[in-house]
Design a protein around this ligand. Structure first.
Ligand code: C2E
Ligand code: MG
Ligand code: MG
Ligand code: MG
Length: 275
């Protein structure tokens, strides 16, 4: 939507572009070439720990379209999910991320940084997922402890037992899981206890109005308390202002991500900003 245009330097379809490429078939066709022609790029957004600065980054994909410019994931990930192309795209994201982790592992300043990679439902529910992640880890030499997989509550609505089994196998390798957009879905608290999660990620819709909406503040307090009693880390996403940050600190939040600390950027810019 027009309001979002230009954020993170990501261009959204305007009406002209919509006429050109936004039909589902056009996107599916475009995606077919995109991997082979290396049109995807990964951006990195810092994640910070109270008193420790940058401790890692979330990996966010963009599509550098040859004629349409930079396309945000909201415009192609859902299509790639329904067309099945997300499997190959998701594998590429994992490969690139693990490659980057292996590179960082060579330097003391970055050796402990982690990368948080968004995993789509289709990937998580595929039977080969555990084997795929462990192969990518092995091929790259990345430490599993530095890989965080972000999943969402909606992905837990079906096949919960098989998802838990996969999460347990990956946890045994050292991989960690974070529950993204937390609070917007339908997690039952009993599931939360059964899932081998390390982190809850407070959805940015609650952070946005934390200063003005008592309900949002109450929800954030509740999530922080839940994290404490289930021994899960809690990260707030979408922190845009110092006021929001101060309020979150005051409520006891320890981990942060958002434009206030850094927008998603190319690897080069991310690394420069971290210095
Ligand atoms: P998400 O995982 O919840 O990622 C956070 C989104 O919030 C990102 O949008 C990020 O740019 C944006 N964001 C970060 N900080 C702020 C802030 O302070 N204010 C505001 N307003 N927004 C902020 P982005 O990059 O457009 O990604 C959107 C969604 O696309 C992601 O939501 C994720 O669900 C999906 N996605 C991104 N990369 C991948 C990927 O490699 N694979 C899969 N399956 N999904 C991906
Ligand atoms: Mg995410
Ligand atoms: Mg999120
Ligand atoms: Mg989201």
């Amino acid at each position: 939507d027009a309001k979002d245009r230009g954020r993170n330097g990501v261009r959204f379809f305007n009406q002209q572009m919509q006429a050109d490429v936004s039909s589902r078939a056009d996107i599916v066709n475009g995606l077919r070439l995109a991997l082979a022609q290396q049109q995807f790029v990964l951006h990195f957004q810092p994640q910070l720990q109270r008193d420790a600065g940058v401790v890692g980054a979330e990996v966010l994909i963009r599509w550098q379209h040859p004629t349409e410019g930079m396309i945000a994931p909201a415009h192609f990930i859902p299509v790639a999910e329904s067309s099945g192309q997300i499997q190959a795209i998701g594998r590429w994201v994992l490969q690139q991320s693990c490659h980057q982790l292996a590179e960082w592992a060579r330097w003391p300043e970055t050796a402990n940084w982690y990368l948080a990679v968004n995993i789509s439902a289709r990937q998580l529910h595929s039977s080969g997922f555990v084997a795929e992640v462990s192969k990518v880890l092995q091929d790259s030499g990345a430490r599993p402890q530095c890989l965080v997989l972000e999943i969402t509550e909606s992905q837990l609505l079906q096949d919960i037992d098989s998802v838990i089994a996969k999460m347990q196998q990956l946890t045994a390798l050292g991989v960690r899981f974070s529950l993204d957009d937390f609070g917007t879905g339908y997690s039952s608290l009993s599931y939360l206890k059964r899932l081998p999660l390390r982190q809850l990620k407070i959805d940015r819709s609650f952070v946005r109005d934390i200063l003005t909406d008592p309900n949002d503040k109450a929800i954030i307090k509740t999530i922080l308390a839940l994290g404490q009693s289930l021994e899960l880390a809690v990260i707030a996403e979408g922190v845009e202002t110092d006021d929001q940050y101060q309020k979150l600190l005051q409520l006891g939040c320890q981990q942060f991500q958002g434009y206030y600390f850094g927008k998603p950027e190319s690897l080069d810019v991310f690394m420069k900003n971290c210095k």
